[in-house]
Write a protein that binds this ligand. Structure first.
Ligand code: HEC
Length: 142
């Protein structure tokens, strides 16, 4: 409760891939780089074993993917539980919300430990891809 109030009172700028991104409370209210998300592309990223790898940990309403994870909450209903701003921060930098999170920071490139060589200095997803995934997750209302 205290923590939530504390979080709500802070507006901080994170140094991120494409420049500074402003965190307000537990979300990032403004789309990264002003990109407009496309839910269909976002779904493809979430389902992809190369791009998103989300289904390594999460299950989701993607019936064509037989193997889905059980290390994280089911993505079904994520758009009901969270606003777009909250979803965006959860993708950009999950450890800001849970320092012990095993979820990768999909857009943060500074202050990261254990980055694979290929990912050094660049985010896993670019701004457009993050916005596509946010748009897709926002459609998951139940
Ligand atoms: C290595 C495991 C892992 C991967 C890969 C991963 N996540 Fe997560 N995710 C988690 C865990 C664990 C949580 C629970 C909160 C926490 O511990 O940070 C979580 C939380 C979330 C939440 C909030 C869930 C809720 O409703 O409470 C969303 C949304 C989410 N992840 C989306 C994604 C998307 C989209 C991808 C792929 C682009 C992804 N995650 C990749 C582990 C993962």
């Amino acid at each position: 409760m205290m923590l939530r109030r504390l979080a709500a009172a802070t507006a901080l700028a994170l140094p991120l891939a494409g420049g500074a991104v402003t965190v307000v409370g537990d979300g990032i209210p403004v789309a990264l780089d002003g990109a407009v998300g496309d839910a269909a592309r976002g779904r493809a990223i979430v389902a992809s074993r190369q791009a998103g790898l989300c289904l390594l940990c999460h299950a989701g309403p993607i019936p064509e993917e037989r193997f889905q994870g059980n290390l994280a909450p089911d993505l079904a209903g994520a758009g009901q539980r969270w606003t777009a701003a909250q979803l965006r921060l959860r993708l950009v930098d999950p450890r800001r919300l849970n320092p012990d999170s095993i979820m990768p920071a999909y857009y943060r490139t500074e202050g990261l430990t254990r980055v694979g060589r290929a990912w050094e200095g660049r985010p896993i997803l670019n701004a457009q891809q993050v916005e596509d995934v946010v748009a897709y997750l926002a459609t998951l209302k139940d």
